[in-house]
Design a protein around this ligand. Sequence first.
Ligand SMILES: [Fe+2]
Ligand SMILES: [Fe+2]
Length: 164
Amino acid sequence: MSFYRIKQFYWAINSKLNNKDMEFLKKNLSTQELNLFLNLSVHEQKHCINVAYDVERVCKSQNINSKALLKASLLHDIGKCVKKLTIIDKSIIVILDKLSKGRLKRLSKFQKLYVYYNHSEISYEILKRYNCDYRILYLVKNHHNDEIKEDVELNILKMCDDRN
Ligand SMILES: [Fe+2]
Ligand SMILES: [Fe+2]
């Protein structure tokens, strides 16, 4: 799908993201990543953008320059896009099935809960297929992992995620 078509589709269903948001997304994501991002619900898109703005502010104040962290901020909850099954890529179904060891098909009424509790892992698996670099995958996979405390960038992501 061309960027023009994505944008057209996007404006048709979504009036809550403004021009500034769209420019920010285009600056920090590839067309392929943006396409994926726009599968999130408007509410989730807004959350991710606000987390990323917050991360950018914190990075500036601490003199940290990390493209990986910004991208991870925008994509950290991307696994939640699997709730919108009408737009979903078939490969995502394969991922879900693999992660749940086949249980998902039988327990479809638990799908939403499953996605909610496992979205870091689902996000990681999706982004792995998009050839995201290792550092982004690591940040996304661990954004709800309380056992890792020494990673400065991960801590910024967790803090900004919590307050947005
Ligand atoms: Fe999350
Ligand atoms: Fe989040």
